[in-house]
Design a protein around this ligand. Structure first.
Ligand code: ZN
Length: 273
C-alpha cells in the first residue's frame, strides 16, 4: 500500500485569506506532493460587491457577493493547486463593531464548540499533520479571524490529530520595510484608522521561516483572483516582479509540536519527513 502523503490544513476566515497569508506555503507544499486542505469558515458576504459596491451601501447584494467570492475562491485554489476546499458557510460577521457581528448565523455568534465540532470532523477525515491558523487576535482583530483561531484550537484539542500547529505572523521589521517600499512606489497604503494591537512579532519570537519565493507567481495569481476586494489591490499594484521580491517568505509561530524539531525551522513539516 502506498504511504499516505503528508497533509497540510489551513483554516481561514474569508475567501482571500488563504492567498494573503498562506498562498506561498499552500503552493509550495502542493508542489512537494503534500495534500493541502483549505477550510474557509465564512461566505465573505461583507466584502465589496461587484463593481466595488461597499457593504451597507445601496446596491450591495450579499447573495451576489457570496456567489462572486465563491467563484474567486475556486480560481485562487486552482492557482495554488489546493487539493481539497472545504467551506463551513457561516455568515461573514464584518469588521468588529459592525451590526453584522450579531446577525443570526454569523460566524461571530456561533458557539465555538458547535463550529469546532464541524472542524473536528474535517480533521478526523483528512488527518492533517500540520494545521495553520491565526493567533488569538486573529492577526489584526477581525472577529471572524479571532473565531477561526478559537474553533481551530478547540478542534485540535478535541481530536489530538495534528503533530504541529502554527499561527501566521509577520516580522515587524517586514512591516516597516513594506511601508517604506509602498511609499516609494507611491502606492496608497491604508494605515489603520485607529492604532490597534501591535501587528506582527519581533524576529526572535518567530519560530518558522518558510521560503516560498519560487511560488510567488502562484501567490500573485491567487491574490489576483480576489481582486474585487480592495484590500488586495495594493498587493497587486506592486506588479508581479516586485511582489516576488517582497513576498517570498511566509512566517509562523509554532504553538504545538510533537516532533521536537529544533527552532528556528524553515519547514512546516520539519521533523515529519
Ligand atoms: Zn479575512
Amino acid at each position: 500500500m502506498p504511504e499516505r502523503s503528508l497533509t497540510l490544513m489551513a483554516v481561514h476566515a474569508h475567501p482571500d485569506d488563504e492567498a494573503t497569508s498562506t498562498g506561498g506555503v499552500l503552493a509550495r507544499y502542493a508542489a512537494e506532493g503534500v495534500t493541502t486542505v483549505l477550510v474557509t469558515c465564512t461566505d465573505g458576504r461583507c466584502g465589496d460587491g461587484p463593481g466595488g459596491v461597499k457593504p451597507g451601501d445601496p446596491g450591495h447584494d450579499p447573495a451576489a457577493v457570496v456567489a462572486m467570492r465563491r467563484a474567486e475562491l475556486e480560481v485562487s485554489c486552482a492557482a495554488l493547486k489546493v487539493t481539497h476546499l472545504e467551506t463551513l458557510g457561516y455568515a461573514d460577521s464584518g469588521m468588529m463593531g459592525w451590526p453584522t457581528n450579531q446577525v443570526p448565523g454569523s460566524f461571530w455568534t456561533t458557539p465555538v464548540d458547535e463550529a469546532a465540532d464541524r472542524l473536528a470532523d474535517l480533521i478526523r477525515q483528512y488527518r492533517p499533520d500540520v494545521v495553520v491558523t491565526y493567533d488569538e487576535n486573529g492577526f489584526y482583530g477581525h472577529p471572524d479571524h479571532i473565531q477561526a483561531h478559537r474553533i481551530t484550537m478547540a478542534a485540535v484539542a478535541k481530536t489530538d490529530v495534528p503533530a504541529k500547529v502554527y499561527w501566521t505572523t509577520v516580522p515587524r521589521t517586514m512591516f516597516v520595510e513594506f511601508g517604506r517600499i509602498m511609499q516609494e512606489l507611491g502606492v496608497e497604503w491604508a494605515e489603520p484608522d485607529e492604532p490597534g494591537p501591535e501587528l506582527g512579532l519581533p524576529d526572535d519570537e518567530i519560530s518558522t521561516w518558510v521560503d516560498t519565493s519560487s511560488y510567488s507567481s502562484q501567490k500573485f495569481d491567487a491574490l489576483a483572483a480576489h481582486a474585487s476586494q480592495t484590500e488586495n489591490i495594493f498587493f497587486l499594484q506592486l506588479g508581479r516582479e516586485r511582489f516576488a521580491e517582497l513576498m517570498g517568505l511566509e512566517t509562523f509561530v509554532r504553538v504545538r509540536d510533537t516532533t521536537d524539531a529544533p527552532v528556528p525551522e524553515d519547514d512546516l513539516f520539519a521533523g515529519l519527513r
